[in-house]
Design a binder for this molecule. Sequence first.
Ligand SMILES: Nc1nc2c(ncn2[C@@H]2O[C@H](COP(=O)(O)OP(=O)(O)O)[C@@H](O)[C@H]2O)c(=O)[nH]1
Ligand SMILES: [Mg+2]
Length: 479
Amino acid sequence: MTGTPDRSGVTGVVDRLLAVLVEGLPPDLRRPFEEVRETLHAPLRLAVVGRVKAGKSTLVNALVGRRVAPTAAGECTQVVTWYTYGSPDRAEVQLRDGTSRPLVLENGAVPASLDVPVEEVRRIVVHLQAGALRDLTLIDTPGLATLTAANEEATRRALLGDGSSTAAAGDADALLFAIREAERQDDFDFLRDFHRASGSLSATAVNAVCVLTQADLFGSGDLAGGDPFALARGVADRIATEHPTDFSAVVPVSGLLAQTARTGLVTEQLARTLRELASADPVLLQLWRQIGTPEGIGDAEMTGLWEALGPYGVVAGRSVAPEGAAALRTWLGSTSGVDELDTAIQRQLLPRAHLIKAIRALSVAATLVPGLPDHEDARARLETALLDPALHPLAELRALRLLGAHAPASPLVPRLEAVVDDPDGVVRGASGAADGLRRAAAYATGEATRSVVPAEIEAARVLARSYQLLARRVAGSPS
Ligand SMILES: Nc1nc2c(ncn2[C@@H]2O[C@H](COP(=O)(O)OP(=O)(O)O)[C@@H](O)[C@H]2O)c(=O)[nH]1
Ligand SMILES: [Mg+2]
């Protein structure tokens, strides 16, 4: 994944503001501000949330490109775990008392159980030299509605903060919502609870993507009911229609197939085994545990194949297997939906990472300011700073969020998205550059008077200012 540099200047402005606010203060008052300043320059923290066994850890492995998170049929992610870029590969357990101790990875993976009581653990941090983590820190969670209260509590604290002011906005910048079809109604109850509990961090189309997990298992388990991915797509489209304001995208994904594709499990040997099943009857294939493996294939081989690919992957993958392991990997990446999920993350979350982080930093700062000795002065400085034109992209993102909530079909949505995500492209596309941008500003101002929807009026005003600021930038630049 490639990061998008912050060309807007927002990060710098917020960073300087936070530094100025605590000038001359004692270290204990400065520390929380300094912590939040660091987050401005760190990769986006993307938390995977959802019910236990939704397939979160499997998805994390697929996105990281390694089988590093423990996955199991039972509940096994016990504590919140951060996967972050770093070299050499190593892990540590951070305890609630502020200390930390090294954690030995077992065959490159986080052990499924720890030698410390989970209540004492704040989080595990795993540093990996994995390209996918250069722009993202992935946070795996035990999941809400877990079997044990302690695990659920850990998830809530990680996402929603533990009540202390620094953690008030929680640890995550953005969310992947993992929803499993089999528990659909429950999952939406969960989403509602999450919204209620998370306040400012609620999932919105600006910072959340929904993943419909285990897409390979949709429909009837025997594959007689049709293509599970097509069924999953139908459900995903319906969720997207029903929740336009919650998610910027709803993507059906088979974490299992994605994990297999991306963690080196697709070998030529696996492709060969699959090829040998070419003529087997799909229905009998799925009964192999009861009636035995097809001729020439051992139990262990078949078990390995089944664990890596599941029934759909085995049956459908046979047509690709003759082309070899590389083709099978490509097919799995695309069929599993993980390529599409990557695209959603890269197009919808990463380009906005600096804005999402800045908004979060400012809201944390706002909660910290009342605790400062000179808080009247600090508040005034914070409010003045918010008027800086360099922070206009934050107003754009807020307007986009509002528009998403109240007028998702507005023609202003794509235009706001363009100024948020690709201001340079907007400048290039404006015929006559500065003049073109000024005309666009005038048009947007007109829209503000034509519309009767408050969110749209606000968006049009914000957009007019965006074009004006871009026009000023173009007119003022030397070229
Ligand atoms: N067939 C299939 N099984 C999956 C998929 N994702 C996860 N699983 C299985 O579901 C179980 C729970 O997965 P896990 O990732 O540990 O769930 P978590 O509790 O949400 O982290 C494991 O046995 C996985 O192998 C998937 O996409 N397809
Ligand atoms: Mg897990």
